[in-house]
Design a binder for this molecule. Structure first.
Ligand SMILES: [Ca+2]
Length: 370
């Protein structure tokens, strides 16, 4: 998630000012304290409540540039530096990248922390406030008529969002992940956007709502795509009593199943559906352990199956978010985790500590160390 820069631009600001006078010869005046500046850089010393002696910046990048300059000019403080985030929510739209020139040193760390006794949060999300009731005219033909009046739609383009991470998920039995790491000890996290209603994660539109489908039969070819695993290719799943006709209009269906062993899951992309034959063709046949009749699965990411409160669907092409709220919308806080991250990158950097901060609404990794 670096990226990504689009819009929600910079960290909010709220705060004040300058480095220790003795260190840099700058005496901030109270009037210079901007209530919007939120990131303070100051030397580590033994005293408490030292923040008002710091130098304040609008963005993390500005703070890092400042630290780079201190190091370059031989003015890095003898006990190191604190980067203090003042109280509030800091929106992030680009990764914060620490390089060698932003490193601490032995006995001179860089500590990234919250101002004493306050809650500082770095957020990769947006609060969605432009939901509208879906009108008959906006009906896509994929939405169930009886559910139409319950639905809201928000245009995410109004928040500057132009693209999102692809909808791709792995699972314990993901062939792709096991091809990279056969033992699969390093469970890979995928970037995944989510909708939160008053802090609760909502459900990507699915079918069935509260149970599983079961594989009625399998067609496909055995193929040794990974030695020691029962991999297949060109797999078609047969299902009974499934509303496949509606699904043919859905552009990006995911099937989440325990395809062979009931303890190992993977996500399958769908490439074609034949309602007459009751068949679903898988795009990648992504299960490392193969498939068997009776295996349980459910389908995700279908607008035509958005029919239970708490479900949402994102039309990625038009950046429209459809939502069936679980409670009245008037005073609800609805958030969307879009920032792909990572929030922090440490690239050949060292002697840096993060403490006391809150993070929320990232859709990818929080930290990457290169
Ligand atoms: Ca549903």
């Amino acid at each position: 998630m670096n990226r990504k820069g689009i819009f929600l631009a910079r960290f909010l600001l709220l705060g004040v000012c300058a480095f220790l006078i003795a260190r840099i010869g700058y005496i901030p005046h109270a009037d210079e304290v901007s209530p919007q500046k939120m990131i303070c850089v100051l030397p580590i010393n033994d005293s408490k409540n030292e923040v008002d002696k710091g130098v304040f910046f609008d963005t993390f990048q500005d703070a890092l540039s400042y630290i780079g300059e201190l190091k370059k000019n031989g003015k890095f403080p003898e006990k190191g530096i604190k980067i203090v985030l003042r109280k509030g929510e800091h929106k992030i739209s680009d990764s914060i990248v620490f390089k060698k020139e932003h490193s601490g040193e032995e006995g001179k760390p860089i500590i990234i922390t919250a101002e004493d006794k306050t809650e500082s949060t770095i957020s990769g999300g947006i609060q969605i406030k432009n939901f509208k009731k879906l009108s008959e005219e906006e009906h896509t033909g994929r939405i169930k008529k009886e559910i139409l009046e319950k639905l809201y739609v928000a245009d995410l383009k109004e928040y500057g969002l132009k693209s999102l991470p692809p909808l791709k998920l792995g699972g314990h039995g993901s062939l792709e992940l096991r091809q990279k790491d056969r033992g699969y000890k390093g469970y890979t996290a995928f970037r995944y956007v989510e909708v939160f209603f008053n802090g609760q994660a909502m459900t990507l539109a699915k079918y069935p709502n509260d149970s599983f489908l079961h594989v009625a039969g399998i067609e496909g070819e055995t193929a040794e795509r990974l030695p020691g695993f029962s991999t297949m290719t060109n797999v078609k799943i047969k299902v009974d009593n499934c509303p496949l006709t509606n699904w043919t209009k859905e552009p990006n269906i995911l099937l989440h199943g325990y395809w062979h062993y009931d303890w190992s899951d993977s996500y399958e992309n769908v490439s074609a559906i034949d309602p007459d034959k009751g068949e679903i063709e898988l795009a990648n046949s992504a299960s490392a352990y193969g498939y068997k009749a009776g295996a349980r699965f459910y389908a995700l990411n279908l607008l035509c199956e958005l029919d239970q409160s708490g479900e949402w669907y994102l039309d990625r092409q038009n950046m429209l978010l459809y939502f069936y709220p679980p409670a009245p919308m008037d005073k609800a806080q609805i958030e969307f985790s879009w920032f792909e991250g990572p929030m922090f990158v440490f690239e050949n950097a060292s002697h840096i500590y993060i403490e006391g901060l809150h993070f929320k609404l990232g859709s990818g990794n929080l930290i990457e160390i290169l």
